[in-house]
Design a protein around this ligand. Structure first.
Ligand SMILES: Cc1cc2nc3c(=O)[nH]c(=O)nc-3n(C[C@H](O)[C@H](O)[C@H](O)COP(=O)(O)OP(=O)(O)OC[C@H]3O[C@@H](n4cnc5c(N)ncnc54)[C@H](O)[C@@H]3O)c2cc1C
Length: 469
């Protein structure tokens, strides 16, 4: 690759990365934006197929409109955009490696903005590996990226606002939601709704979703948990039970329902692989989603040339990511003495806006936290690491035998050594350790390649770029 030096490289083309890119495109800096997806927009703005655009975009939040506008704006801006490009390594000498269209490539950066977003959080139960059990995000991928409903009739379970957003999207796309099973009890949900008075934009969004759900008579059952998904070769039935105040299942409440597809979702955890590979410090903040990247109020990390934005500084939703994208970009310009006078007051106002967004984040992460006890109650046969087929019994043994940290569990059981490299089971095991040992373990060590990479590509890169053949 020729001329691969950039003043700023932004990793992640979600709302945070897009806003950072647009803000920096006003400067004379040479900027690159990298995202592993084939489209920009991240998790919130997947590119909708024509057939679904009208249906799913009928209700556009202010943030969604702004995100779509940013994607259009960036088409005419002076910056290099690399899609289908996965960052697999970040190195001390300000170099990063990424895999793109079957080739490993290298960029040199002076400054980095990392905005790699979040992934879903899980609470395993027997049968969650059956075909027909989906994460809520996977249902969205079917809807938004492929333009199809994965089944005619869908049952949803889990906790938090995303459950209702996905129910709304299924209904708008012409699907049928059989029931929603919310982990939180009705009283907790009610107090969450009352607390929204402090966050007016969220009230409108919640109202739009609930109006659709209630007008289509979708039953919502509170204080419920999926106990088991059953079926011969694919999902056929789901067993759901009610929890008492101590988090125990009330036996006589257990019911079995037939369903074609079960969507589950228990919120999000930040994607920290790139952050950790870059030597950025992380801290544990339960009220912001667990392990998050450590930043100051202007989103500077412990590394003077690395800034962070979006879900990885705390799970807070789309609005927070937009605020932080702009804030990280202005903060970076400020550090280089390139910020315009008018933007200095903008930076200050963004710091204040971010504080408000963080208050909302702390609020909903606390209301919708999963009681740790539920992780200690997972039965021995339940698969925890899907890639390596490791069950709860083996994880429990490792925790009892060893120093109860993630690396030991990984070495002892192979959990986290498969294709997803612990992205799914890592946060689950962390919660199991916490529930059994009441201490928060450090996440397991991050190693390059940060995401699965083809050895053939790395070899070609080595021969061409390092050996110079
Ligand atoms: C599956 C899923 C679905 C969601 N759906 C909704 C929704 O419908 N409504 C809602 O309000 N919120 C949703 N969220 C929450 C969502 O994360 C935020 O609302 C918002 O999109 C966050 O923006 P962001 O820029 O911080 O992160 P993201 O939108 O997650 O963007 C991060 C980007 O970084 C890229 N990336 C990550 N690692 C690498 C790498 N190594 N190399 C290159 N690129 C990388 C990803 O491809 C992604 O595009 C969803 C979250 C998830 C995980």
């Amino acid at each position: 690759m020729k001329n691969n030096f950039y003043d700023v490289v932004i990793i992640g083309g979600g709302l945070a990365g897009l806003k950072a890119a647009e803000t920096l495109s006003e400067s004379d800096l040479k900027v690159a934006l990298i995202d592993e997806n084939p489209f920009l927009g991240g998790q919130y703005l997947r590119t909708l197929p024509e057939s679904f655009t009208d249906k799913l975009l009928k209700y556009k939040t202010k943030v969604k409109k702004e995100g779509l506008k940013l994607i259009e704006l960036l088409k005419n801006k002076k910056l290099d955009i690399f899609v289908n490009s996965t960052v697999i390594g970040i190195y001390e000498d300000d170099k990063l490696l990424f895999d793109s269209f079957g080739e490993t490539k290298q960029l040199n950066y002076k400054n980095l903005i990392i905005a790699t977003g979040a992934r879903e959080r899980y609470l395993p139960f027997p049968g969650w590996t059956l075909p027909g059990v989906f994460s809520l995000g996977a249902i969205q991928v079917f809807l938004k990226s492929n333009g199809v409903l994965p089944a005619d009739e869908i049952t949803l379970a889990g906790s938090g606002p995303f459950l209702y957003a996905v129910a709304y999207e299924i209904l708008k796309a012409g699907g049928n939601v059989k029931a929603i099973y919310e982990l939180k009890r009705f009283g907790e949900q009610l107090s969450f709704s009352k607390g929204l008075i402090n966050f007016p934009s969220k009230i409108i969004e919640a109202f739009v979703y609930m109006e659709e759900i209630l007008s289509q008579h979708v039953p919502i059952k509170y204080g419920r948990i999926v106990i088991e998904a059953e079926g011969e070769e694919e999902l056929q039935r789901v067993k759901v039970g009610k929890l008492d105040r101590d988090g125990n299942i009330i036996e006589k409440s257990v019911k079995t329902m037939e369903t074609e597809l079960l969507g589950i979702g228990y919120g999000f955890v930040p994607n920290l692989e790139t952050v950790r590979a870059a030597g950025v410090e992380i801290i544990y903040r339960e009220e912001l989603g667990g392990w998050i990247a450590k930043v100051d109020e202007e989103l500077k990390s412990n590394k003077s040339n690395i800034f962070l934005a979006g879900e990885l500084t705390g799970i807070g939703g789309a609005e927070k990511s937009l605020i932080e994208g702009e804030l990280a970009a202005l903060s970076l310009l400020n550090s280089l003495n390139l910020i315009k006078d008018r933007d200095k007051s903008r930076l200050k106002s963004l710091v204040k806006k971010r504080k408000k967004a963080l208050n909302y984040a702390k609020y909903f992460n606390t209301v919708y936290s999963i009681p740790l006890k539920l992780y200690s109650l997972i039965n021995d046969e339940t698969i925890i690491c899907r890639c390596e087929n490791i069950n709860m019994k083996k994880i429990r043994e490792a925790i009892e035998l060893g120093p109860a940290n993630m690396n030991f569990v990984k070495t002892f059981t192979r959990a986290g050594m498969g294709n997803c490299q612990g992205r799914i089971c890592g946060p689950i095991i962390e919660n199991i350790i916490k529930s059994l040992k009441t201490k928060t373990p450090e996440p397991s060590t991050t190693r390059r390649p940060l995401k699965p990479a083809l050895v053939g590509n790395l070899k070609k890169f080595y021969e061409k770029e390092i050996k110079g053949n």
